[in-house]
Design a protein around this ligand. Structure first.
Ligand SMILES: Cc1cc2nc3c(=O)[nH]c(=O)nc-3n(C[C@H](O)[C@H](O)[C@H](O)COP(=O)(O)O)c2cc1C
Length: 311
């Protein structure tokens, strides 16, 4: 068992927000999903105050060793989340973390207050990879703006408050320190790296949102460097993510200071990735070894979602 901000988690592997649709997975796999849930806590996709349709297509580009998405945070909005999604997510067998994002302090405050009022939610994750509508700058890119935001919402909830940092900043450790100083209980990183792809035929941006976020193995070494820098700077727990596809990658992030590790893009390839990575990590920790040069066999996707019982 791991104690993370007062939550008791069965193992250190959780999901990255927006990369595992537990409601759709429950529809597809039925109760098998609940019996062998791949993560020790579930992080919702980002919710915003108003519903969002997301970006126009195309929304995905396959990059070498990763992908660029410009999904654009489609969601039902706060009211839709509370009414439709929350009752279903509350049935998951693990603590629920609700991820929220707003483009002003007032918006974020309304989201945090509303989510705080729900007992089904164990913790709140604040996604700060969002432009401030007043300044046009990413809220999470600047220590002073982020500190002010976190200070403003900290007093609105006693639930654990995790600040999900953006990697698209000059000094991620300085931003993490500002979040801690303002009252964050934990920080999580990395979110996707801003990226672009051109349509080979027309030479114009491929993605409907022009730019998108790069994720997957391509960002793993950036994640390792940023998690290490943040863990050296703050005392609150760090949730590390970025390109994790096996137990060694998870162990590497833990070695540089992460307490939990989130799996994102790999879950699109293998919906059982969370459970597999938790098992691989456990064997590596028992064996007490495992640098990045150790070979972990490429797993086969388990189509029956038999996450708990496969080798
Ligand atoms: C398709 C997709 C959707 C995502 N949606 C969200 C989101 O709603 N909120 C958020 O905070 N991060 C979101 N992320 C970022 C992931 O949670 C994670 O931080 C990032 O992808 C790095 O991890 P990975 O390389 O393992 O995917 C999304 C990533 C992808 C690929």
């Amino acid at each position: 068992m791991i104690d993370f901000c007062g939550l008791r988690l069965a193992h250190p592997i959780i999901n990255g927000s927006g990369t595992f649709d537990a409601i759709a997975a429950r529809r597809a796999f039925g109760d098998a999903l609940l019996e062998a849930f791949p993560f020790s806590a579930f992080v919702s996709k980002t919710i915003t105050l108003a519903p969002r349709a997301g970006n126009p297509p195309p929304r995905l580009w396959e990059a070498p060793a990763g992908m660029i998405n410009s999904i654009g945070l489609p969601n039902r909005g706060l009211d839709g989340y509370l009414e439709h999604d929350l009752p279903q997510l509350a049935r998951l067998p693990v603590p629920l973390v609700t991820n929220v994002m707003g483009s002003t302090e007032t918006e974020v405050a309304r989201l945090v207050e509303a989510v705080d009022a729900r007992d089904e939610v164990a913790a709140i994750e604040l996604n700060v990879s969002c432009p401030n509508v007043e300044t046009g700058l990413d809220i999470g890119a600047d220590p002073a703006s982020l500190g002010s935001l976190v200070r403003a919402v900290r007093r609105l909830t006693r639930k654990p408050l995790i600040v999900k940092l953006t990697p698209n900043t000059a000094d991620v450790a300085a931003v993490a320190a500002a979040a801690e100083e303002a009252g964050a209980d934990a920080v999580s990183l990395i979110n996707t790296l801003r990226a672009m792809a051109l349509d080979p035929a027309s030479g114009t941006p491929w993605l409907g949102g022009r730019t998108g976020g790069l994720s997957g193995p391509a960002i793993r070494s950036v994640a390792l460097a940023q998690v290490a820098a943040v863990a050296l700077r703050v005392s609150v727990p760090v949730v590390g993510m970025g390109g994790v596809a096996n137990g060694i990658h998870a162990k590497d992030l833990i070695s540089v200071g992460a307490v939990l590790v989130a799996v994102g893009t790999e879950s699109f390839r293998d919906p059982c990735a969370g459970a597999r990575i938790a098992r691989e990590l456990k064997s590596l920790q028992i064996a007490g070894s495992g640098s990045s040069n150790v070979n972990v066999a490429e797993p086969q996707p388990e189509v029956d979602l038999n996450c708990g019982n496969s080798s």
